[in-house]
Design a protein around this ligand. Structure first.
Ligand SMILES: C[S@@+](CC[C@H](N)C(=O)[O-])C[C@H]1O[C@@H](n2cnc3c(N)ncnc32)[C@H](O)[C@@H]1O
Length: 191
């Protein structure tokens, strides 16, 4: 069975399948952590593209991984909360970002006190819709199993369900035969 992070990659990859018009491709990793999604997005955007990464913790590990693969030129990391993403990016990125990935919760190998919260996540999701291009994909991996995680997951689901269906397609993936607290994936595509 695919993990939700693998499923997120499969779905996000589809919005890079069309040949690009020649203008640079943009993507955002809203929760860089160790940089697995950043690395994936850096490959997707190609050599002329740019990935903007956000995390409130130090991203040296992620940066080292990207440098090792020769992809450091394709990323700009901000040690800042994703709820500030709009203020860090120029107007030229509005309605131009192909993919935005959130992997909520905390980094198991990092500081577990640095955990995403319902309030900041909702603020960042609203900003993501401003940045997403038509056809672009927003993926949100949710973890209801840790303290605060269920409240955050429910808030994401309520937010996603309320998106107007003429403007957004919304998918919710969760395993029916697992614990209620197993990870869930929400994917939003701007039509
Ligand atoms: C599950 S981890 C992300 C894992 C990451 N995608 C990877 O490939 O390693 C969640 C991350 O969210 C970060 N985080 C918590 N609150 C945040 C916020 N307000 N803005 C940005 N990142 C935040 C944590 O520091 C942690 O690194």
């Amino acid at each position: 069975m695919l993990k939700i992070t693998q499923l997120a990659h499969l779905l996000v990859r589809t919005c890079f399948a069309e040949p690009s018009s020649g203008s640079p491709l943009f993507a955002i990793d809203a929760t860089v952590g160790n940089g697995y999604d950043t690395l994936f997005l850096a490959e997707c955007v190609g050599e002329n593209g740019m990935v903007f990464g956000f995390d409130i913790q130090d991203m040296t590990v992620a940066h080292a991984q990207l440098a090792k693969r020769g992809l450091a030129k394709r990323i700009t990391l901000f040690q800042a909360g994703h709820e500030t993403m709009l203020s860090h990016l120029t107007h030229s990125t509005e309605a131009s970002v192909s993919a935005i990935m959130f992997n909520l919760g905390y980094l198991p190998s990092g500081d577990k006190a640095l955990v995403t919260t319902r309030q900041t996540t909702l603020a960042a999701l609203s900003q993501s819709l401003v940045l997403l291009r038509h056809g672009g994909i927003l993926s949100i991996a949710c973890y209801p199993g840790h303290p605060g995680g269920e409240e955050e997951t429910n808030a994401v689901l309520v937010w996603a369900k309320a998106l107007p269906h003429e403007e957004y397609g919304v998918l919710h993936h969760h395993l029916l035969n697992r614990q209620r607290t197993s990870p869930e994936l929400v994917v939003v595509q701007k039509i």
